[in-house]
Ligand binder design. Structure first.
Ligand code: NDP
Ligand code: 8X3
Length: 246
């Protein structure tokens, strides 16, 4: 029986992935800050799911994940999924605490957890799937901090592969476009109307779409590494450059 550690299992991609992997016969350790959500998930998924209330900004909490005993500590897949975005307001108008929280969660927490788990993942020839975004590649107004963190995640993933050459550990950067989760509700500080409007009539990707992708990646033959994978709903594509005219 294989084991996945999924960060951010209380909502969106992470929650759907916990279900997908438990349904597929894996053991799943799921983390997040909302303990009530984690407990609900354990009630739904049963003994194959271990809920651990851990904030990605709590270094000691992240380190404790490397000390889990067997079988939960025998991690084959680290799904670095937890993440969030600050509002798309101009940078000087964006609250510093929101910016700090995003950088700390999306970058520092992800690196700290990966570093803590690498010895075990190396011993087991495991797999690391990191959540980047299309925002890492395509700039948009108000995206600077969020997109910057996701560009970091993409490059971190690629460079980590160099360090891991010869170990058999796989690393994949997943770069999704628009998927309807709690992402925009969190980004806007709880504005459900803004979130509904953003996804209205455009058939966005779902958390289950992403969970299926992670499942596929995790079950590829061990000689194969998908370095990066970018995906969007069919209804999403690119706009042109912004040009100033006199
Ligand atoms: P959701 O807001 O639905 O879920 C985010 C998850 O991250 C929650 O479980 C939340 O748990 C967890 N999380 C956030 N901050 C922390 C923290 N400090 N400590 C622990 N857990 C934390 O968003 P998505 O499912 O959409 O996002 C998942 C990932 O996918 C993110 O990295 C996001 O940037 C990325 N992504 C999302 C896209 C989209 O369109 N939805 C597109 C591209 C990438 P809790 O609040 O309980 O702590
Ligand atoms: C989330 C997708 O396009 O809102 O990573 O930045 S986007």
């Amino acid at each position: 029986m294989k084991t996945a550690l999924i960060t951010g299992a209380t909502a969106g991609f992470g929650r759907a992935s916990a279900k997908r992997f438990v349904d597929g016969g894996w053991r799943v350790v799921g983390t997040g800050r909302r303990g009530d959500r984690l407990r609900q998930l354990q009630e739904a998924l049963g003994d194959a799911f271990l809920p651990l209330e851990i904030d990605m900004r709590d270094r000691a909490g992240l380190d404790s994940l490397a000390q889990l005993g067997a079988p939960w500590g025998q991690i084959d897949l680290l799904l670095n999924n937890a993440g969030l975005a600050p509002p798309t307001t101009p940078l000087p108008d964006t609250d510093w605490d929101r910016i700090d929280q995003v950088i700390d969660t999306n970058i520092t927490g992800l690196v700290a957890l990966t570093r803590a788990l690498l010895p075990g993942l190396t011993a087991r020839k495991g797999h690391i799937i990191n959540l980047s975004s299309v925002a890492a590649t395509y700039p948009y107004k108000g995206g600077a901090v969020y997109a910057g963190t996701k560009a970091f995640v993409r490059q971190f993933s690629l460079d980590l592969r160099c360090d891991l050459a010869g170990t058999g550990v796989r690393v994949t950067s997943v770069e999704p476009g628009m998927a309807e989760t709690e992402f925009t509700i969190v980004r806007t500080g709880g504005d459900h109307e803004a979130s509904d409007k953003l996804y209205a009539g455009m058939d966005p990707m779902t958390s289950e779409d992403l969970a299926d992708l992670f499942w596929w990646l995790a079950n590829l033959p061990p000689h194969l590494n998908i370095n990066t994978i970018e995906l969007m709903p069919v209804t999403q594509s690119w706009a042109g450059f912004a040009v100033e005219r006199k």
